[in-house]
Design a protein around this ligand. Structure first.
Ligand SMILES: [Zn+2]
Length: 260
């Protein structure tokens, strides 16, 4: 993997435009109320990091790939096990016992050969998260642990790129959309890392819904479409079927974003 952030971008010999094949592929998402051709072109030129790619990050990465985000980088360690199959849509029973990231990347490539998919077969540490964020235009943070979520927040804020934090528990999903320098970051919301329960319950349908909404926010931000949920917390309490959106306040002494 190189540090050439825009390695997939067209060169001078390759004009900045969508090909007839791309126009046909993305036809149903182009037009009034959805993306403009210029917005679709911005997606093509964009690089997104999704980590991890399980119940939430999987459908998020899939929707980004199918929408035509030019480079999708997925990161996830470990092998697929039986309890993953209630929610992890990028792998079937045939992937059981196999390493997720390369298998999931291969599946994504079958969904859209017009884009690049890169696989990182482990959870990035601080340095790698920083290095990856510098190559990207957006980070979709979908890990279960606060340690990883806050690490990705730091990396995105440092790189000055938007972060979408997706989280789930039981039948509830949440999204926090961060714009560094303008909105609260994840560290503002969680100044102290909350306790974490390793094997928390989760229903696949809420994982998928939350991941899809994270991808929708990313598509909006990258293409310049609609009003992204910047600085807000969206919660869908699926147990009672109730959504809510609250505005988040910046912490002026946040150690991550106070000086950006
Ligand atoms: Zn902050």
């Amino acid at each position: 993997m190189t540090d050439d952030r825009n390695s997939h971008h067209p060169t001078l010999a390759e004009p900045l435009q969508l090909t007839p094949e791309e126009l046909e592929r993305y036809d149903r998402q182009l037009g009034p109320g959805v993306l403009s051709e210029a917005g679709q072109l911005r997606l093509k030129q964009a690089t997104a990091l999704v980590t991890r790619v399980g119940g939430m990050g999987g459908p998020a990465a899939q929707m980004l790939a199918m929408a035509g985000v030019g480079t999708v980088i997925i990161a996830h360690g470990g092998e697929m096990i039986s309890p993953d199959l209630n929610r992890q849509v990028l792998g079937s029973e045939q992937v059981l016992g196999k390493p997720r990231a390369p298998e999931f990347a291969a599946y994504l490539r079958t969904m859209n050969r017009l884009i690049e998919v890169e696989a990182v077969d482990h959870e990035p540490d601080d340095e790698e998260a920083r290095r990856l964020a510098r190559r990207c235009d957006i980070v979709l943070s979908c890990p279960p642990t606060f340690t990883e979520r806050l690490r990705l927040n730091r990396a995105a804020v440092e790189a000055g790129i938007p972060l979408i934090d997706a989280a789930q528990w039981g039948m509830t999903g949440t999204l926090i959309v961060v714009k560094p320098g303008e909105t609260a970051c994840l560290q503002c919301v969680y100044p102290v890392e909350p306790p974490f329960e390793e094997l928390f319950p989760v229903v696949g349908a809420i994982s998928c819904a939350t991941g899809a909404l994270a991808a929708l926010e990313a598509v909006k931000i990258l293409s310049g479409t609609g009003d992204p949920l910047f600085g807000q917390l969206l919660t869908y309490d699926g147990f009672v079927g109730r959504p809510s959106v609250v505005k988040l306040r910046r912490n002026p002494s946040c150690p991550v974003c106070a000086h950006c």
